[in-house]
Structures are given as C-alpha cells and as structure tokens.
Design a protein around this ligand. Structure first.
Ligand code: FES
Length: 424
C-alpha cells in the first residue's frame, strides 16, 4: 500500500496529479475506497416484483442487484462460483434463476446454488451450500436510492450521509410519494479518472462561467448569457467529513428551468415541506457528490455513477429522476430537459467531459505529473453559517473538494475490513 499523505495536502489545497494516473494507486482505490464505501447500486423503482434484476458494478466488481421472493433487495457478485464466468449478461430484466451459460450451474434469487449438471461426478462431500453466490453483506437505501457496502460492519448509510441527507432531500423528498427513475440507464465512456468527475460535482461551481459559456449564451434570452449575474451569484458549498459535497446558488425565487416542471410545482407547499432555505438553496441549479462516485443534479433530474474503468477511463451511468406524483407530461418535460442539458450529448455534459479528458490526456508526462494542482479557493472559509447544516463555504470555493480528498486520503491510508480480517 502506498502512503498517499505526501500526495494530498487537503489543508493546504495541493493535490499531486499522480492520484489520477498511477496504476498502483488505482488498484489501492479498489481495495480501500470501493471495497469499503457505500456505493450506489440502483433506484428502488427499478424493482417491482421478485426476480426483477439490474446489473452494475461496485468499483470494478460486477454486481447483480435483484428482488428476492420476500421482496428484499439483495446484491451479489456477478461471477459464477464454478469458473468465474459473468453469470448474468443482461443489463436488466426479470428471472426466476440465474443460470450460467458456461456449464449450467443455477442460482436462485437468494443466491443459493440450486442445480449442478452431472452433480454425481463431484466428490461425495461436495456441498452446494458452500458454493452460493458471494453476497454484498450490506445493502441499505435512502429515500429510493439503494447503496451497497462490502464492509458488513460499516457505519449505517444514514449515519454515513449525515448532514448530506438535508441536501439530498431537496431532490428526493419534494414529493411525499418519493421519486422514480424514467426509462433506462444512459451509459457512455469518458477518457479521464473517475475522481475528476466526482470532485467537480462535489465542489466546482467555478468552472460554470468559463466551461459552459457558450451553452449559457444559447440558453440566455438575450443571447449574451448570464455571465455577470453568475459571477455575482451568492450560494453555499457543503463539504462533509465523509467526503460528500454539494454546491448551490441561493436565490429567493428558486425555480425549475423546464417550464412545465416550474409550472407544476407549488413552491409555497415545497417551502412548508422542506423549509425556505432548502427551496432557496439546494433545490436550485446545484450539483453534488455522495462519496465516492455517486453524483446528482436536482434541477436537471439527473443521478449518475462514475464507474472507474482503469486510471484513465470512466464509464458514466446516468438515470432520469422524477417525482412520482408528476403527471406524465411533466415527467416527460423533465426527461427532455435532462437530455438537453446533461444527457450524453447534453450541452453542459459535453463541456465537462472534454475538460476531464484534456486533463487526463497530458497527465502521464513526467514533469507534468510533478507539478501540484491547486485546490486553495476559499481556504479556511468553512464554517457553520447557522442556515445550512454542517460546514459550508461560499459557492465559489474548493472547500468540498478539500473535504473529498481529505476523506479519500484517510481511507487510502487506513486498513479496510478485508485487511483487518486477514490480520486477525
Ligand atoms: Fe459457471 Fe461453469 S463457469 S457453470
């Protein structure tokens, strides 16, 4: 294991860019970040009846998420216990059994090995009970979002989210009926380390004016774009000791950008339900990251995972999220607005992906890799402002980025559950 404390100075706001490129650091992340953190798996609305399943990843580990006969959501390593073939190759569907295409071992919805062709050829003491699917021991959900953790003794999901729940509620709890995902999952690949995206969604409002300048001009009624207005926009940025981050402009007349969505909402009722500060803050055009790799945009109705695919590559998986009670035409307006802005070819999405790829493409140079990156904006400004929970700073700040890397660094330097078990 590499001691990353010399690579991340989260108090001083300096980051060594080798954390984006080094293969050995990437491998350590698989062990000490992805094998021990709460990772987003799926949305509860993807499972309606026993046997419904969805396949995803936790880090680079392939996962089947399914609803068992008792309607409990369970998650298994998507790898046959016999010779390791990917057991379920479909993205999603419904089944009674997961049957391996190589030699035909079959596993039920509870992960138990139920059938082995030519079982009599195995030794007498062959015990099917010993060869069930490897189960993710900890699966919990928060307001429709299902997360899994390989650490059975991890602090609960809600505890881990802590104050972040308040910021998430501005998206997840607008409707007493909750949320649902619409359509399938959009997936695309980007050249770039997964942290470039996760950190940006946690902390980086600074890029909006420059990176998205042309998109903002297109959307602006004057054609000039709201550049000056944005630069002067007040707002807050939340950073958590567990690495989560959320940034949002604050505005007394917060509104949704898609007109049918805006007209649908009863803002007074929302204020009563969530409080004025939530409606005027985290329910606006902000973005956020739940450490390590789940991010969302409340106004755009986008939830997404940045799946790591090697140090230089990530796969983006994005869902459209809507309130359950919305009429169909409002849901559709939200979906279209999502696609136009943050779909795979959305006008904002394309800007971000290009920046991350441009960072990654040059990061393997020896000298390049030895020049630190700057995360010093708003240093020392974190405080509890009495309005928003936890430690917050000005909107234009790297505070949540420093919090993200402080937690990343701590996790990378602390033995995980599998190492503690090995030592015991
Ligand atoms: Fe699955 Fe052989 S690898 S049955």
């Amino acid at each position: 294991n590499i001691d990353v404390s010399t690579l991340v100075d989260s108090d001083g706001g300096l980051i060594d860019r080798s954390i984006y490129t080094e293969t050995s650091i990437y491998a350590q992340e698989q062990r000490r970040i992805f094998a021990r953190s709460w990772l987003f798996l799926a949305h509860t609305s993807q499972f309606k009846k026993p046997g419904d399943f969805f396949t995803t990843f936790m880090g680079e580990d392939p996962i089947i998420v399914t609803m068992d006969k008792t309607k409990t959501i369970r998650a298994y390593l998507n790898s046959c216990r016999h010779r390791g073939v990917r057991l379920c190759r479909a993205d999603a569907g419904a089944t009674k059994m997961f049957t391996c295409t190589y030699h035909g071992w079959s596993f039920d919805l509870a992960g138990a090995l139920q059938s082995v062709p030519n079982e009599k050829a195995y030794p007498e003491d062959f015990d099917r009970k010993q060869w069930g699917l490897i189960e993710v021991p900890n699966v919990q959900s928060y307001k429709g979002l299902i997360f899994g953790n390989w650490d059975k003794d991890a602090q609960s999901l809600e505890e881990n989210l802590g104050d972040m729940r308040y910021y998430m509620d501005a998206m997840l709890d607008r409707d007493p009926e909750g949320t649902e995902v619409m359509g399938g999952v959009m997936k695309w690949t980007l050249e770039g380390n997964w942290k470039l995206a996760a950190e940006q969604f946690a902390t980086d409002w600074y890029h909006v004016n420059m990176s998205h300048a042309s998109a903002l001009m297109v959307l602006s009624p004057t054609g000039r774009g709201p550049k000056a207005e944005i630069a002067a926009t007040p707002g807050r940025q939340f950073g958590s000791e567990n690495g989560h981050g959320a940034g949002f402009p604050t505005h007394p007349k917060s509104r949704f950008d898609a007109r049918p969505v805006h007209e649908y909402y009863d803002y007074e009722a929302l204020r009563e339900r969530l409080g004025d500060a939530a409606v005027e803050g985290p329910m606006t055009t902000g973005h956020a990251t739940v450490f390590p790799n789940f991010s969302y945009l409340p106004v755009n109705g986008s939830i997404r995972v940045w799946h790591p695919k090697g140090p230089d590559k990530m796969e983006v998986w994005a869902w459209v999220l809507v309130d359950k009670s919305m009429p169909d035409e409002v849901k559709d307006a939200q979906r279209l607005y999502n696609l136009r802005t943050f779909g795979p070819s959305g006008i904002f999405e394309a800007d971000d992906g290009e920046n991350w790829s441009e960072i990654q493409a040059i990061s393997h140079g020896f000298v390049t890799n030895n020049v630190p990156l700057n995360f010093q904006m708003g240093i020392g400004s974190e405080r509890n402002d009495g309005t928003y929970p936890g430690q917050t700073s000005e909107l234009y700040s790297d505070a949540a980025g420093r919090a993200f890397y402080r937690h990343w660094s701590k996790q990378m330097n602390t033995p995980a559950w599998h190492e503690r078990t090995e030592q015991a």
